[in-house]
Design a protein around this ligand. Sequence first.
Ligand SMILES: Nc1ncnc2c1ncn2[C@@H]1O[C@H](COP(=O)(O)OP(=O)(O)OP(=O)(O)O)[C@@H](O)[C@H]1O
Ligand SMILES: [Mg+2]
Length: 430
Amino acid sequence: MEAHQALLVGELFAGRFRIEALLGEGGMGLVYLARHQVLGRKVALKVLGEQADDPNAEARFRREAQAASQIQHPSVVSIFDFGMDESGRLYLAMEYLHGPTLADAIAQEGPFAVPRALAVLEQIADALAAAHAAGVVHRDLKPRNVVLLAGALEAPGGELVKVLDFGLAKFLDSNRTALTAQGMVFGTAEYIAPERCLDQPGDARSDLYSLGIIAFELLVGRAPFSGRLVETLRAHLASPVPAPSEAAGREEIPAELDALVLRCLAKRPEERPESAGALAEELRELRSSLAEAASESTIVERKARFSRPSAELEADPVTVSSLPPPAPDTDRLRGQAAQELAAPLALLELAWCLGRLGLAQGLAHEALSLASALYGVLEAETARERGEEDSVDALAALAGHEAALRERLLPLREHALGAGLATIVERARL
Ligand SMILES: Nc1ncnc2c1ncn2[C@@H]1O[C@H](COP(=O)(O)OP(=O)(O)OP(=O)(O)O)[C@@H](O)[C@H]1O
Ligand SMILES: [Mg+2]
């Protein structure tokens, strides 16, 4: 497939998409940021390369679009439109995702902490379960086809995972067509299941194998098999995979997670987890049991903790000092909410630090009720995003609360500085 001439910024495509930027290039063509002229919404527009000499490409593309647009799930990218423009270029308009791919995140940040890895894997498994229920197998699951969106409070771990490019998906119940019978191996060698190395069509459990490779890579920082194509394929077929905890030298990876990853990576499909849904359930259980064990604080758990009656906190200063620092993790909050909440969150952290040092127990638990209010606002913000307009009052009330707390904390900042706590204050960014 030859690359088509890139569209120009400002150009109108298919009579309704105004091109705003080039986002990237993949095996099937170029992807642009565009704005739908009528709806005014941003879309990611995937435009297929020149395929005049390949009549099958059109069939593949239409199949991708049709299959993918049937899956409705928060972790599956939404397809808005697809078709052919007046000059014969096929296109697919999908939800524009402003976030790094999982491949970018691993490259930049290295292996993920266990809870984060579990939250990501669980969402991919959920996306696959939805796809499989719609009769669609992904067939090209890899970190480049997974995008992370920070600041999604409704998602496990506050990070919404989107799986895209059900590009090589095909209906589970359709027979193999001439397209695949040609012996072409679709997908990327590092993530491909053993049975598909043998040119078998693969089924839902082939996706679970790919998910197993992603899990390994998330925990270890690299895929188990890579290098030359033939060797990679052979390794999928015959080489054993070490447990992630061993491969990475990470003792904190629980044995259950090691076992789960290795089950996904079973050479024989029937030895893998029964379904994506069952796998998602196991990941969920593992994540919550770990969170419990480590008193890991998801937003919900934090809220419950912060909402404890203040009398109890007064009576038990140790409770204050054993609380986790309320992380001013504003990156994870959305747009306007992030800006509005940055200051109170910073205050909160300072109050907690002071409280922990025994400098201001009273203020520390006051900060805890502010935290409770904050999380209320976060929920209201989320509601507002869903179209409910009732969070304005909550934000206004919070602003008042914040001003009062700030006034009382400022003198303590001096105190803290005097006590040589500059680093803490710096961290709290007051
Ligand atoms: N929905 C989207 N929102 C934002 N950016 C996107 C979207 N879809 C794709 N992109 C960007 O366009 C690039 C090319 O995507 P494409 O799916 O064509 O290739 P790929 O997934 O990187 O590789 P492959 O062709 O092997 O699937 C991606 O790397 C990503 O940066
Ligand atoms: Mg892609």
